[in-house]
Write a protein that binds this ligand. Structure first.
Ligand code: MEV
Length: 294
């Protein structure tokens, strides 16, 4: 049966470690978060068009048309993810639209097909993304992701209870430009990318054996310093990391492409960190891990 309307939702993400290095074949560790994007598709006459949507970005409709037909649909988008902040708003949109379109046609999608299709919008928005963002959005939970010449290697990772605070720097980063900037500096930053790859392995081990929050947090903060060294942090992101650590966070780092966006902090007690960053004028909120899909 072909339905008249269909709706699907997908979560956003946070990268615990490994952003940028993952573009060059190193592993990354990411979590799906308890915020996300819902796409509703309705059959309608004429060209496919946007309906209800809080974000007016000229790239939006062409991105959606990489997976939707040119004609016959109206697309509503509802999201509680901040846009351009490293929380996977485009990946959640890509996965949700792929799922909604499949649902409209009563098509059952497996993970591999969802992931392959959602590369369409993701490439439109970000150039040559590694695919980690929409892999974790499609899988939920914790995910280890590695890009290889024969395709992505993706594995679920079971996580201990993580108390996380997200702090919004108030400005957006441009993922395509930031990735291109690192690519231009690749020869100089290669040893740092190698170290980030090793750090992801250490973090995976630490999470797996239930290491202390101090140890896990230390790795997150080291990852932030390495991201500074490859040139994707900003003075504001560094100041937020320092404010979180001074307020008792076990570790903190920029999350995503950088250049703006959010900082994630691992805490035992969220209240003093939330209060400290609020006093400095940065909005912040607690975030949980979205459940594994299926
Ligand atoms: C962006 O969320 C993560 C990056 O590593 C880019 C990518 O993996 O495509 C910066």
């Amino acid at each position: 049966m072909n339905r008249q309307a269909a709706r699907a939702r997908a979560p956003g993400k946070l990268i615990l470690a490994g952003e940028h290095a993952v573009v060059y074949g190193h592993p990354a560790l990411a979590i799906a978060v308890d915020r996300g994007t819902t796409v509703t598709l309705r059959r309608s006459r004429g060209p496919t068009r946007l309906g209800r949507c809080a974000v007016r970005d000229p790239r939006l409709l062409p991105g959606l048309l990489t997976v939707l037909p040119e004609d016959g649909l109206e697309v509503d988008i509802d999201s509680d993810l901040p846009v351009g902040r490293g929380m996977g708003s485009s990946a959640a949109l890509a996965v949700a639209v792929v799922r909604a379109h499949a649902a409209l046609q009563d098509e059952v999608l497996d993970f591999a097909t969802t992931h392959a299709r959602a590369f369409g919008p993701e490439r439109h928005f970000h150039g040559d993304p590694s695919g980690v963002d929409h892999a974790v959005s499609a899988l939920g939970g914790g995910v280890r992701y590695m890009r290889t010449p024969t395709g992505p290697r993706i594995a679920p990772v079971s996580l201990p209870q993580l108390e996380l605070v997200v702090v919004d720097s108030g400005s957006a980063g441009n993922t395509a430009q930031l990735v291109a900037g690192v690519r231009a500096r690749r020869r100089q930053v290669a040893p740092i990318l190698d170290r980030i790859g090793l750090l992801v392995e250490e973090l995976t081990g630490s999470l797996g054996r239930g290491a202390s929050r101090t140890e896990i947090g230390g790795l997150l903060t080291e990852n932030h310093r390495l991201l500074c060294d490859i040139g994707v942090s900003t003075p504001t992101l560094d100041a937020i990391v320092d404010a979180c650590l001074a307020a008792g966070a076990h570790g903190a780092k920029l999350a995503g492409a950088g250049g703006g966006g959010v900082v994630l902090a691992l805490v035992s007690d969220a209240a003093p960190v939330l209060a400290a960053v609020a006093a400095a004028g940065w909005p912040a909120f607690r975030v949980g891990v979205a459940p594994v899909e299926g």
